[in-house]
Design a protein around this ligand. Sequence first.
Ligand SMILES: Nc1ncnc2c1ncn2[C@@H]1O[C@H](COP(=O)(O)OP(=O)(O)O)[C@@H](O)[C@H]1O
Ligand SMILES: [Mg+2]
Length: 343
Amino acid sequence: MQEAIVAEGLVKTFGSVRALDGVDVSVPTGTVLGLLGPNGAGKTTCVRVLTTLLKPDSGRAVVAGHDVLKNPNEVRRSIGLSGQFAAVDEYLTGRENLRMVGELYQLSGRDAKRRADELLAQFDLADAGDRPAKTYSGGMRRRLDLAAALVVSPPVMFMDEPTTGLDPRNRMALWRVIEELVSDGTTLLLTTQYLEEADHLAHDIAVVDHGKVIARGTADELKAKVGGERVEVVVHDQERLTEATEMLAGFGKGELGVVKLQRRITVPVIGGAKLLAEVIRELDARGIEIDDIGLRRPTLDDVFITLTGHAAETEDGNAGGEGDDEEQSEAAPQRGRGKAVKH
Ligand SMILES: Nc1ncnc2c1ncn2[C@@H]1O[C@H](COP(=O)(O)OP(=O)(O)O)[C@@H](O)[C@H]1O
Ligand SMILES: [Mg+2]
């Protein structure tokens, strides 16, 4: 089987919201697809359709060789899911939770126990293994949830924002676990709001916004979309933003990105340091005051700005920022895109 996951033209509406607006996805067996997008982009809806938890209004999807509408049970037997709809039992201990999942998948009592021990150790939960899950911190729950999804090794895994809200240390630990899983041949579809996470883990990235895939490619291909170097300017005075944008367009070699609220203009350039000096002179001549200016290598964040005109908003409002306090982030609302800056 070449493609472990194929979806064509998925549409899902909730009232007037088109959560999925014609999504095509394909994931070759043994590879990782990163579904990258801001809060409310449609990532979870896509995962729920592909894992048979939700029926699409139209479109088709085949996962691990089975049609999600015609053969949902076969799909369910071939996949693992972890994410925002965690099935951790609060009153059981971490160890009991994992053993229960193992027995659910018909491992023998002994194998279920051994697998639980392995996973507790792998996810740094050995010490907490005999405490009820309800005493766990947000990060510990997240790890238990992931561990539960890995009790049996399904050929196709879905992870919905596995590291959102985790602190950097826990995020790195999870990245290592995920890398190990993938090196064993698992196909993975992972959703994330973190650009550097998709860059780090995914072979291929699909950028999602408003229920549509707006770009697809490797991290390098996406970076190439914004050209090589860019000049980034933060204008001091909101009123001079338009003038500065028009001026910078004259120096640019591609589409400009403007984040109004941050008064930030990004423009792909050729010519590097020499050009930067010219830009500074020109801004100075016009009396446009700046808070920051620099020559930057492209990041995936820039790709997002170029593609959508706004930064990729994370739950806590930082574009691609590091995780905050775990509990707080996990209590943050998952829905709506009130913070997105549109132009
Ligand atoms: N069960 C639901 N009922 C109503 N609206 C929903 C439901 N699930 C998702 N939505 C809406 O669909 C859009 C996409 O949501 P979602 O797939 O959760 O995005 P993401 O996971 O990328 O944050 C959002 O506007 C969200 O409010
Ligand atoms: Mg989601």
